[in-house]
Design a protein around this ligand. Structure first.
Ligand code: GLC
Length: 535
């Protein structure tokens, strides 16, 4: 698409949809979603209008962290299917004009990966230096104070070889030593393996963790720590994450992709905005899309979010393409954070902001976090810190397709329980309902894909009342859109600076409003959001 002087790439124009494969669609009755299941749902994804599908890990794994502990980077876990199933899926995605993005987990492997088995076998094994092995301190304690994200120390003692190894996550997920060129070569080969097969890009897991301080300096204490927080938050990970050298590494990964046509590299990065945008790299030679998680992390409050959007727009480097995320498999679902009515406003925000949106599976039907009884918790983060309500299971429950047993997800026993209300809240029930969350998503995606102003146009903030967020989107030579969102439950009033403002409501969270002509003074109900096509 041409917009002024710029040509846009597929991932700039498109909408990404994240699938958590365990929970999308089971095809063989084992209660766990699989690739054939996803294949059977491609018609749905095409109907929804998304451009690209990102799959959370599908590789062989002991599943200590549900696939984020990989024991073979070039295979497919039998739970999910076979390499042939993968090829069939990839081809079918491409036939529909869609793209497929894989999760790449380069920071750590499984402790069952042959590389680690070798590495831990002896101190002089050639792969010893592929991981982060260090001597204990004089008193036998770990090399420094670094903590594991999932609770406890980040160091695990290895009796056989008398050293500690570092794991930012579970002890079953030892961190690779990315300062070692052989590790780089091996992981770049993994990337090429999938790129050669035709995969359209990667979402790179915990990109900001990949390099650690060479001197292993202690992390400082976090003065803002509160007891309800994960124990990891007791320290500020100043020396264990986001080291300057990581940017050289990201550049090298990008060079691997750049040997191919239009492949995409997304970075999973939880960092304050100024540190985040550094991951675009010098001259834009880093990650194409460092994931922007502000909408996930900020309080749902109009002024704070409006300010964050403007700040983000302001600090993006030249040529850096924005992106927005409302949900993923690690965070509470948007519906559970802000409520069902506000979740519609949130969808409107996600799908009308400038930059590539990522939709988490199930959010398009307003799926909620499902309360999982203690004895059914599966997520290691939940199991390791049971009193902190940190389990990620609630946001990972099976997709709700219809009102048949198990919501059409499986004929077996689902690996995680379904929402009690799945018989009412599912794709089938919402598909033809003009007022449903699904219809809202489909229409917003459709509008975004049809209207260059929404797809790739400029973002211009508009002054609004404290309850509201308002902005304009415009691509040269195309109709302008004004978006006004009421983030509160009470009525709110928008007054435009320009008294000649006129437009027609194109999409609204309450569809009754659509088709209405509006002027410079616009009243919004609580939880109301409007997309207005300006004259
Ligand atoms: C990322 C993943 C998360 C996983 C962690 C360790 O944050 O999104 O699910 O547990 O990395 O791999």
């Amino acid at each position: 698409m041409q917009n002024g002087l710029n040509k846009h790439l597929w991932w700039q124009e498109g909408v990404i949809y994240q699938i958590y494969p365990r929970s999308y669609q089971d095809s063989n009755g084992d209660g766990i979603g699989d690739l054939k299941g996803i294949l059977g749902r491609l018609d749905y994804l095409q109907w929804l209008g998304v451009t690209a599908v990102w799959l959370s890990p599908i590789y062989p794994s002991p599943m200590a962290d549900f696939g984020y502990d990989i024991s073979d980077y070039q295979g497919i876990h039998p739970l999910f299917g076979t390499p042939e199933d993968f090829k069939t899926l990839l081809e079918a995605v491409h036939q529909r004009g869609m793209k497929l993005i894989l999760d790449l987990v380069p920071n750590h492997t499984s402790d069952q990966h042959p590389w680690f088995l070798e590495s831990r076998s002896s101190r002089d094994n050639p792969k010893r230096d592929w991981y982060l092995w260090h001597d204990p301190q004089a008193d036998g304690s770990p090399p420094n104070n670094w903590l594991s994200v999932f609770g406890g120390s980040g160091w695990e003692w290895d009796e056989t070889t008398g050293q500690y190894y570092y794991h930012a996550f579970l002890k079953e997920q030892p961190d690779l030593n990315w300062r070692n060129p052989a590790v780089r070569r091996a992981m770049f080969d993994v990337m090429r393996f999938w790129l050669n097969l035709g995969v359209d890009g990667f979402r790179v897991d915990v990109m900001w963790h990949m390099i650690k301080d060479q001197q292993l300096r202690d992390n400082p204490v976090n003065p803002d720590y509160q007891p309800h927080m994960a124990t990891y938050e007791q320290l500020l990970p100043v020396y264990s994450t986001d080291q300057p050298e990581v940017h050289d590494l990201v550049l090298e990964m990008r060079q691997v992709l750049d040997a191919y046509d239009e492949r995409l590299m997304i970075g999973e990065i939880y960092l304050p905005i100024h540190q985040l945008v550094a991951y675009y790299g010098i001259d834009g030679k880093g990650a194409h899309l460092p994931f922007n998680f502000q909408l996930l992390l900020l309080p749902w409050e109009a002024r704070q979010i409006a300010a964050a959007i403007d700040q983000y727009e302001g600090v993006l480097p030249t040529g850096g393409w924005p992106n927005w995320v409302l949900g993923n498999h690690d965070q509470p679902r948007i519906t559970s954070r802000v409520g069902r009515e506000q979740a519609r406003v949130a969808a409107l925000l996600l799908l009308t902001l400038r930059g590539t949106p990522t939709v988490y599976y199930g959010d398009e039907i307003g799926m909620r976090d499902v309360p999982i009884p203690f004895d059914e918790v599966q997520d290691p983060q939940g199991l390791n810190m049971p009193d902190k309500n940190l389990s990620r299971d609630p946001a990972r429950t099976p997709m709700q397709w219809d009102n048949s047993p198990n919501a059409g997800f499986t004929t077996g026993k689902p690996w995680l329980r379904l929402a009690d209300q799945f018989r009412r809240e599912n794709v089938q029930a919402q598909r033809d309902d003009p007022y449903s969350m699904l219809t809202l998503h489909r229409r917003l995606i459709g509008l975004r894909q049809r209207e260059p102003s929404l797809m790739v146009g400029n973002y211009v903030p508009v002054f609004a009342d404290t309850q509201l967020i308002a902005y304009l989107r415009q691509a040269e030579g195309h109709p302008r859109f004004l978006i006004i969102l009421n983030l509160s439950h009470r009525p709110a009033y928008f007054k435009a600076k320009d008294p000649s403002l006129r437009g027609v409501v194109e999409v609204a969270t309450f569809p009754e409003r659509e088709g209405q002509t509006v002027g410079d003074s616009i009243q919004l109900g609580g939880d109301e959001g409007l997309v207005i096509r300006l004259d």
